[in-house]
Design a binder for this molecule. Structure first.
Ligand code: ATP
Length: 355
């Protein structure tokens, strides 16, 4: 945050629906110009949080500050912010140009100025200028999404809120739009607050990510921090495939696991740690030729392999437990299914979490 005043601050924000806290005691600062993504599973409170930030709902308790001013009760249309919805909410019988110019029209801007701004925004969003007079319903889903974003930008808001805008779009186009959105964020330098249930999407675009679980913000950090140093089993599993081993700390300083009684070497053990989980990402797991080649080595059986484009995942069974090992395609493992194999990892590549 570099000491600058945050554009948005949440102070102990809570939203109750009857006895149920949909959003519970959230403290958060969002910096001006930041791309901040709130991510969490269905029902974790993302939409409720965004609705309060956008002024469509008021907190039951706590405060929301915009540049230091309390805005709890300021309605959406009185805030210098704009929401971009998943359901596009465009005017279906109007042209692309008319849709984009709508905010400028209600502000009373002259037609020539409106048109030149609309064409500028279409340029920014890589919509061909020839689309200006096209009926918006003749545009594809991805194009309509861009029109909606151009219209939101025409309001010239300080903050844009995005409610899962890409979830209804097919995978390939979504991947393209994720990158475009990040480019647009760069070019407009506006504050973007985005919600999604896809951490993968959040990773691509965001400066920082807040992970929600059952109404609480359980971790806030850069994509790199969320990926490499998850603070809980929940966050580690939310990021993608992981190997998770239940462990307890023995008096010998080793981690005692349920894996056939294996004792594992610990990475830095947090003060007060007694029981929890050891988390190892599949790309840090190695195939080895025998014991001693890594801090922790387990013998198992190669059960299956899965091609994932540029990577290959291997499933290795160790007793009753299943491990995932991942390799780049050019470093594919030469073993055959049902081979006895050794897998392992170095302590520094594992993360110990307390839950
Ligand atoms: P999704 O990804 O499915 O949209 P979400 O993370 O956005 O989920 P919310 O829609 O914020 O979650 O809902 C959080 C919790 O609050 C849920 O348990 C939901 O059932 C409840 N909830 C949301 N809106 C209301 C409402 N108007 N009245 C009662 N309960 C509500």
């Amino acid at each position: 945050m570099h000491g600058a005043q945050p554009i948005l601050s949440l102070k102990a924000v809570r939203k109750m629906f009857g006895p149920h806290a949909a959003v519970d005691s959230i403290d958060l600062d969002i910096a001006e110009g930041e791309f901040f993504t709130i991510v969490g599973p269905s029902g974790s409170g993302k939409t409720t949080m965004l609705r309060m930030l956008a002024g469509m709902d008021t907190p039951t308790s706590g405060d929301i500050l915009l540049k230091g001013e309390r805005i709890n009760d300021v309605p959406a249309n009185k805030r210098p912010t704009c929401m971009v919805f998943q359901s596009l909410a465009l005017f279906p019988h109007r042209t692309v140009g008319q849709n984009i110019e709508f905010p400028l029209k209600i502000r009373g801007e002259a037609p020539e100025r409106r048109k030149s701004r609309a064409l500028q925004l279409m340029d920014l969003l890589r919509l061909p200028q020839s689309y200006y007079a096209r009926n918006v319903m003749k545009c594809s889903g991805g194009e309509r999404q861009r029109v909606a974003l151009a219209r939101a930008l025409a309001y010239d808001p300080q903050i844009l809120f995005f409610d899962e805008p890409l979830s209804a779009i097919d995978y390939k186009l979504r991947k393209t739009l994720e990158k475009e959105l990040k480019d647009i964020h760069r070019e407009t330098k506006k504050t973007f607050v985005y919600i999604t249930h896809s951490l993968e999407e959040a990773m691509v675009m965001s400066d920082r990510i807040g992970v929600m679980r059952a109404g609480r913000l359980v971790q806030v950090g850069t994509p790199q921090q969320i990926y490499s140093t998850p603070n809980s089993r929940f966050v580690s599993e939310f990021v993608g495939d992981v190997n998770v081993i239940p462990v307890s700390l023995g008096s010998d300083g080793l981690l005692h696991s349920s894996l056939r009684g294996e004792k594992l070497k610990a990475p830095g053990v947090p003060a007060g740690f007694t029981t929890g989980h050891l988390v190892i990402r599949p790309e840090y797991m190695k195939f080895l030729s025998g014991p001693g080649e890594a801090d922790n080595v387990l013998g198992g059986r190669l059960y299956n392999e899965y091609a994932l484009g540029s990577r290959i995942q291997y499933q290795v069974r160790v007793g009753e437990s299943v491990f995932i090992v991942e390799k780049l395609r050019q470093q594919a493992f030469a073993g055959r299914l049902d081979d006895d194999v050794f897998i392992g990892w170095d302590s520094r590549d594992a993360i110990l979490v307390t839950d």
